[in-house]
Design a protein around this ligand. Structure first.
Ligand code: EPZ
Length: 433
């Protein structure tokens, strides 16, 4: 059984009905760790990154970097990367198939070797997730691009600075462009860039390596340098993990302290939680979310940052499924990000999806069921539903969850949730705790 299929069979067993209470530390941001780790390919000097979360995706990133010749020394959440031995411009297929963010290797490999051979990421359950914008920037900078046999090959004689306006706001597209152009001598201008905190954290690292990057609204001015130094950086906290746990507290009428969460990255989410009755206190190094119940329905439309994040849409679909009244959630970023709805309906949620909008009639309660994860944030929404459902819920295929949440069941049970990981044994053909 290969790694993923043995993980396939891991499930979470949840007994609903407990109120969450206590303090939990927020992990480092998955979506900041991935571009920053891959930015080490831009230098031959040692790089250190602190607060790296222990996730399937960061494990995959480690595989990818080592396959290219980097040496990694990991002590808990401290990662040291020695990229001096990087000797390959070709990514293996496996990591890219497992993790789309591997496309972030294109920019740094092109900058380092003037060529790159990166497996096409292929399909993804939440949408097409094109990379045309990434490629447009590479092309403008001087790369010839050829797609064949499932691989993207990029080759350039020289790479020059670029002036480009993105046709869509893209997080990893902006990140790929920032990494490439930070390694190009001269002044580049990117317009209509993504401004997610993870993009800004990467830009901070690139500046510490020797690039100069300034943002004016959605315009980024980049002064690149042929020679980039190593970095020593501490990751920002994961705003989506914090948002997910904040929803868990409100859903269960709880009182939870999110240690290390940064409220500056979470305005849109905190506003929506407060709008439906959560009490939010901003403390020195924590956010307190307490609740005496959900007071009203919500209308939400996902947008690029600083708007309401698409990565919190599934979690709020669960919250609205027990909010009094009729809620409406429109998903504007991805075309297929309502796969959790069918599973929530099996738990009794009253949700109708028409085009990009979910129309939700709040119920008094959900009932436990066996449900299947389809993607990272969908699996989180099912765990949240299990916390409040009457009876027992089993969430299957939680490798989706493990891609982006560090031992979520451990954090939830430390807050009082009755939740355990079930492992499937091939020998006995049964699940065990
Ligand atoms: C990043 O994905 C995040 N992943 C996603 O988080 C997040 O949902 C997404 O941004 C939106 O915020 C990482 O940072 C590793 P996009 P990314 O390029 O960069 C279209 C999670 O749950 N588009 O901003 O792949 C695209 O199809 C993950 O942690 C093009 O058309 O998303 C999509 O509809 C899921 N052409 C929209 O733009 C392009 O060249 C936004 O995509 C690029 C994107």
């Amino acid at each position: 059984m290969n790694a993923i299929s043995s993980l396939d069979s891991e499930s979470l067993l949840i007994e609903g009905g407990t109120r969450l209470e206590g303090a939990v530390r927020i992990s480092g941001s998955k979506n900041a760790s991935l571009p920053i780790l891959i930015a080490s390919l831009l230098t031959s000097e040692r790089c250190t990154l602190k607060e790296v979360p222990d996730l399937l995706d960061t494990k995959t990133m480690r595989e990818l970097l080592e396959s290219l010749g980097a040496t990694l020394n990991i002590a808990g959440k401290l990662w040291e990367i020695d990229p001096s031995g990087v000797n390959s411009f070709q990514t293996p297929e496996e990591p890219v198939r497992k993790m789309r963010a591997s496309v972030l290797a294109m920019g740094p490999l092109l900058a380092r070797f003037k060529k790159a051979l990166v497996a096409m990421p292929g399909g993804c359950s939440i949408g097409v997730r094109g990379i045309d914008q990434h490629l447009k920037v590479f092309q403008l900078s001087g790369a010839n691009i050829n797609i064949s046999h499932g691989y993207i090959s990029l080759e350039a004689k020289i790479l020059k600075p670029v002036e480009y306006t993105f046709e869509v706001i893209t997080v990893t597209g902006t990140e790929n462009a920032l990494m490439l152009l930070s390694a190009c001598e001269g002044q580049s201008v990117l317009k209509n860039v993504a401004l997610e905190p993870e993009v800004i954290d990467l830009a901070k690292v690139l500046c510490s390596m020797g690039a100069e990057i300034y943002f004016e609204g959605r315009t980024a001015l980049i002064k690149g340098s042929e020679y980039l130094r190593g970095f020593d950086h501490t990751l920002i906290p994961d705003r989506i993990e914090a948002g997910t746990l904040a929803v868990a507290s409100h859903l269960t009428g709880g009182d939870v302290l999110l240690l290390g969460a940064n409220p500056e990255h979470m305005h849109a989410v905190l506003e929506k939680l407060a709008e439906c009755g959560a009490k939010i206190s901003i403390l020195k190094d924590a956010i307190r979310i307490s609740s005496e119940g959900i007071t009203k329905p919500l209308e939400i439309a996902t947008e690029e940052y600083p708007g309401f994040p698409t990565d919190m849409q599934a979690q709020f679909t669960t919250l609205c499924s027990i909010a009094p009244g009729d809620s409406k959630i429109t998903e504007n970023i991805f075309e297929n990000r309502f796969q959790h709805v069918a599973e929530l309906q099996r738990m009794g949620a009253d949700i109708q999806v028409r085009s990009r909008t979910a129309y939700i009639k709040g119920k008094r309660a959900l009932t436990g069921a066996e449900v299947y994860s389809t993607d990272l944030r969908a699996s989180a929404s099912l765990v949240l539903a299990g916390l409040i459902a009457k009876g027992t819920t089993i969430v299957r295929d939680i490798y989706h969850l493990d891609r982006g949440y560090e031992a979520l069941e451990v954090k939830l049970s430390s807050l009082g949730a009755r939740i355990a990981r079930l492992r499937y044994s091939n020998q006995s053909g049964a699940f065990s705790l």
